[in-house]
Design a protein around this ligand. Structure first.
Ligand SMILES: C[S@@+](CC[C@H](N)C(=O)[O-])C[C@H]1O[C@@H](n2cnc3c(N)ncnc32)[C@H](O)[C@@H]1O
Length: 360
C-alpha cells in the first residue's frame, strides 16, 4: 500500500478495525488504571499522531483517546491525565491542533488534563515530553502507529522502564520483512542491534517473519514487557498489518484480547497468527473458527496431560485466542476423539490428554 503523502487521507478498513480495537481497549483500560493508581494518574501517547481525522471526518487515534479520557470514570478522580500527541509533519500537526481545538475546546477540557500536541519527531520529542509532564511514576500506554515507519527500540525500552507500561506497535508485514533486503539501518533501529540480520538471511518469507517476531518478542521481554500479543489483520485486498502489543499486566493482556475479538466483521477483516506457518486466517464473529486453536492445543498436549486452567493460560499467552475459547475447543477435540478428558467442575481438576493413536 503506498504511504499517503497528502495532509489527510481516506481511512481504510484496516484502520477502521484497528480504531475499533483501540477504542474498546481504552474504554476498558483507562477506568481500571484511573481507579487503581491514585494520584499518579495515567499517560497516553500517540507517537505518530497523524492529522486527527480522515477525509470523511472519521476520528483519528488522538480523538479516540481524548473521548475516552473525558469520561467521568477516567478524569473524575482529579488525578493527572497526561495526553501527548507527536506529529512530524507541519501540515498534519496544524490540522491535528485545529481539530482538537474544535472538538475539544479548552472550555470543555477537564482541568486535570495535561495535553501536549507536539510538532516534531517522536525520536526527539517523546522522552523530554514525558519528563516535563512528570510521567515516570504513572502507568503509560504508547501507541506507535507509524505505517512502515520504524519504531525505534530505544523508545520502546524507555517506556518499559515506567510503571505499568504498555505499547501497541503497528507494522505493515511487508515492511517488517523488507528490512532484510532493502533497509538494514531501519531493521537495526527496530531491533536495537544487528542480531536480526542472520535470522533474515535465509528461508521463506513466512519462516523469516516467524523468526523475526520471535526475536522481537524476546526484545520486548528484555525491555520489561513480560507479556505480548502479536497478530495480523488482513483486509479484502490482501494487505496485512502486523500488530504487536506489550504489557506487564495479565489483565491488560486479557483486555487487549477482548478488544481484538470485539472487532466488527463489517470491516471484512480476517485475523492471522503470524507464528502459524500454515498461515490460517479466520474471521472474528460470534462463533469463532477454533481450527487453529485446536491444532495449537494438540501441540501443547504433546508434553503430557494438562489441566484446563493451564491450557487457558497457554491460549492467553501463546496464541491469539482467549482463555475463554479453550473449553469449547477441548470439547470439540474430545468429540473428534483427539483428546481424552477427565471432566470436573473446577478447571484446575479438569484433565486433558492426547487420545492414544487409533490402530486403523
Ligand atoms: C499511520 S499515521 C498515524 C495515524 C494515527 N495514529 C491514527 O490512527 O489516526 C503515521 C503518522 O506519523 C507521522 N510521522 C512519520 N514519522 C514520524 C516521526 N518520526 N515522528 C512523529 N510522527 C511521524 C506521519 O506524518 C503520519 O501522519
Amino acid at each position: 500500500v503506498p504511504t499517503p503523502t497528502t495532509e489527510l487521507w481516506a481511512r481504510d478498513p484496516h484502520t477502521a478495525a484497528k480504531h475499533q480495537m483501540l477504542r474498546a481497549y481504552l474504554e476498558a483500560w483507562f477506568p481500571i488504571i484511573a481507579a487503581g493508581f491514585g494520584d499518579a494518574g495515567l499517560t497516553y501517547v500517540d507517537a505518530f499522531a497523524g492529522p486527527g481525522e480522515y477525509t470523511e471526518g472519521e476520528a483519528g487515534s488522538p480523538l479516540i483517546a481524548l473521548a475516552q479520557a473525558r469520561r467521568p470514570n477516567v478524569c473524575g478522580y482529579g488525578h493527572p491525565i497526561r495526553l501527548v500527541f507527536i506529529e512530524e509533519r507541519q501540515d498534519r500537526w496544524a490540522h491535528l491542533s485545529a481539530v482538537i481545538e474544535s472538538r475539544f475546546p479548552v472550555s470543555s477540557r477537564p482541568s486535570n488534563w495535561r495535553l501536549r500536541i507536539l510538532h516534531g519527531r517522536c525520536q526527539d520529542r517523546l522522552i523530554p515530553a514525558l519528563g516535563e509532564l512528570g510521567a515516570s511514576n504513572a502507568p503509560i500506554f504508547v501507541n506507535f502507529d507509524g505505517w512502515g515507519v520504524d519504531t525505534p527500540l530505544n523508545l520502546v525500552r524507555h517506556v518499559g522502564r515506567y510503571k505499568t507500561p504498555e505499547v501497541l506497535i503497528t507494522f505493515q508485514t511487508q515492511f517488517f520483512l523488507r528490512f532484510a533486503t532493502q533497509n538494514i539501518p531501519a531493521g537495526d533501529r527496530v531491533f536495537g542491534s544487528s542480531d536480526w540480520r542472520e535470522l533474515a538471511a535465509s528461508g521463506t518469507p513466512d519462516e523469516k517473519r516467524s523468526r523475526l517476531l520471535h526475536l522481537y518478542r524476546a526484545k520486548l521481554n528484555e525491555a520489561h514487557f513480560d507479556y505480548s500479543l502479536v497478530f495480523e489483520m488482513l483486509d479484502e485486498g490482501g494487505h496485512d498489518l502486523l500488530l504487536i502489543y506489550g504489557t506487564r499486566s495479565v489483565r491488560g493482556l486479557e483486555k487487549m484480547k477482548d478488544a481484538m475479538w470485539s472487532v466488527d466483521r463489517v470491516y471484512g477483516q480476517r485475523f492471522r497468527d503470524p507464528r502459524d506457518l500454515d498461515q490460517l486466517s479466520f474471521e472474528i464473529n460470534d462463533e469463532p473458527d477454533l481450527t487453529l486453536l485446536k491444532r495449537q492445543l494438540l501441540v501443547c498436549l504433546e508434553v503430557g496431560e494438562t489441566n484446563l486452567e493451564a491450557l487457558k493460560d497457554f491460549a492467553l499467552h501463546e496464541t491469539i485466542f482467549k482463555g475463554a475459547h479453550v473449553p469449547t475447543a477441548v470439547i470439540q477435540l474430545e468429540a473428534a476423539r483427539k483428546v481424552v478428558c477427565t471432566h470436573a467442575r473446577r478447571h484446575e481438576d479438569f484433565m486433558v490428554r492426547l487420545a492414544p493413536p487409533t490402530l486403523f
